[in-house]
Ligand binder design. Structure first.
Ligand code: CP
Length: 332
């Protein structure tokens, strides 16, 4: 049984996540974070990127600290990379198994958090299907505890946004003038929202959101993007193409959404469709992928694909974020 809880108000998260001196206390959203902080986080993450086959980067910056992963929704990449990131920085790590936790006996999310806080957990990494949960927790924890949003409803996935920015910077060497096309279920995508916020702050040329009309976003959620329903028109000249899966877990009814074959024919990204993009265009995907639906399998494994690099960057970005909130904690 899950207790009835209301998570009010997702406003003012940008202020909530910074200390008075501007340093990072919580990471809840990329919205409202300034350019210099985003660039600093990308630079920090770059220090933790090591070539495949070499020993992973490590530091002792979180020795004595405890990080708890609380994933109230499934995850492979985000959860594993936060786990590895915290361990590679020397932290003690608790992966709470939500399915066998006292949440199943009706304990509220705040009582769960207060319990972990009493055990001297310093950083809580939270994924939840309800909008507002990370900010709600952030408003209630002690001054010396940090909350990191690991994926919140269709609202926000800030560390995914950062790893996408890092991957684009590594592959393209710049943001200015880039045409970025995000393709698929934009309406239900927290990945698209965080990517759009970060790309807007760093200043790209153009953001195009391509989807069938039932999966198109509310334009107010993406004020600086063009919303397009024709894939070839949207891909024309694009430097970066990001494919998204259909978020079936957030869709009440699949009415009006094309079936698999029709979807791939009209919105699946393939080597052939990519011919309309820039000659050196890259293809990205946050994962998990549905090969043959939103992306052709051969394209996902091709030299144009940055998907494995995104995963590798996920660990580096999470190390950078953990280190930064921990350093800010130590100055208090
Ligand atoms: N990209 C992403 O959030 O993947 P997971 O759901 O596997 O964490």
């Amino acid at each position: 049984m899950r207790a009835i809880e209301i998570f009010p108000n997702t406003d003012n998260q940008a202020n909530l996540q910074l200390h008075a001196d501007g340093s990072l206390r919580h990471l809840l959203t990329l919205e409202g974070l300034d350019r210099s902080l985003l660039v600093d986080l990308l630079d920090d993450a770059e220090r933790f990127v090591t070539p495949p086959g070499r020993a992973a980067a490590r530091s002792h910056s979180l020795v004595g600290r405890t990080v708890a992963n609380l994933f109230f929704e499934p995850s492979t990449r985000t959860r594993a990379s936060f786990d590895l990131a915290a361990k590679r920085l020397g932290a003690d790590v608790l992966n709470l198994d939500v399915n066998t936790s006292s949440r199943k006996k009706g304990e509220s999310i705040l009582d769960t958090i207060y319990t972990l806080q009493a055990m001297q957990v310093d950083i809580l990494v939270v994924r939840d299907a309800s909008a507002g949960v990370p900010a709600y927790i952030a408003r209630h924890v002690n001054d010396y505890v940090s909350i990191l949003n690991a994926g919140e409803a269709d609202t926000s996935h800030p560390t995914q946004g950062l790893l996408d920015l890092l991957t684009i910077r590594q592959r393209k060497g710049r943001f200015k003038d880039l045409i970025v096309a995000i393709v698929g279920d934009i309406r239900h995508s927290r990945v698209a929202r965080s990517a759009a916020q970060g790309l807007q702050t760093l200043g790209i040329g153009e953001l195009r959101l391509i989807s069938p009309p039932p999966l198109a976003p509310d334009p107010d959620a993406f004020p600086h993007a063009s919303i397009i329903d024709n894939l070839d028109a949207g891909l024309r000249g694009a430097d970066v193409v990001m494919a998204l899966r259909i978020q079936r877990e957030r869709i009440g009814s699949l009415d009006g959404i094309p079936g698999i074959d029709e979807y791939f024919a009209n919105y699946g990204i393939s080597t052939d469709r990519m011919k309309g993009a820039a000659p050196d265009a890259i293809i990205m995907h946050p994962g998990p992928m549905n090969r043959g639906i939103e992306i052709e399998s051969a394209l996902a494994d091709s030299p144009a694909s940055a998907i494995t690099q995104q995963v590798a960057n996920g660990v580096a970005v999470r190390m950078a974020v953990l280190e930064r909130v921990c350093k800010a904690m130590e100055l208090r």
